[in-house]
Write a protein that binds this ligand. Sequence first.
Ligand SMILES: *Cc1c(COP(=O)(O)O)cnc(C)c1O
Length: 246
Amino acid sequence: MSEHGADAGTARTAELAGRLAAVQRRIGAAASAAGRAADLPALIVVSKFHPAADVRRLAGLGIRDFGENKDQEASAKAAELADLKLNWHFVGQLQSKKAKSVVKYARAVHSVDRLSLVDGLERAISAEQARTGRGSLDCFIQVSLDAGAGAHRGGADPAEVPILADRLAAAEGLELAGVMAVAPLGATPEDAFERLAGISAALVSRHPAAKAISAGMSQDLEAAIRFGATHLRIGSDILGSRPDVR
Ligand SMILES: *Cc1c(COP(=O)(O)O)cnc(C)c1O
């Protein structure tokens, strides 16, 4: 690396450290306000569109959990950073045919939204476990909180959650972790996350271990923490803006 490159790398690390600290302060303040200072949510840094070098910098700052929403990008980063033993969370819409690739690197999938995907993941994890002895795959049921007309951001209808949950709980190699949602555009995140908390409570009454709530992004992490988020998925407020394509 040239001296100029090394300086740029150091500057980027300092920038990431500053942005990470600011987000961690927001998380701490929101958790205190919600009376859960001793029960902080897990932070997953969503690294989509940002280079593996940034993930390595953040790992150096103590982050272990990273999220990606495209298999091709995720598998390349996971391979490049295999030495770091990071926990990869798949958070994007997932085609069943990609399940085989995703189970090679992912600790968790946050976007399980249909029975055919559970079938695909179950087949894939069983083959992968036979091959490598890896642990089970944590699965979050992604719930759509869109009230019909709004832009659809993926996820199962809330009415489908019990069926998906029973299927996941019975699946070999898959661990039913809980629920996940993205706050719909044009609605207040508080309303969305309050609804998600209700869906979570109903799920937990049937599946007591499935307590996780994956909710909260850069813009709405405070609202998510207020309504019980256990896993935050934060991208742009830590890594900076990315091209506006999902
Ligand atoms: C990109 C993405 C995030 C992170 O969003 P930011 O607004 O950049 O914090 C979280 N969850 C999902 C599903 C995403 O696709």
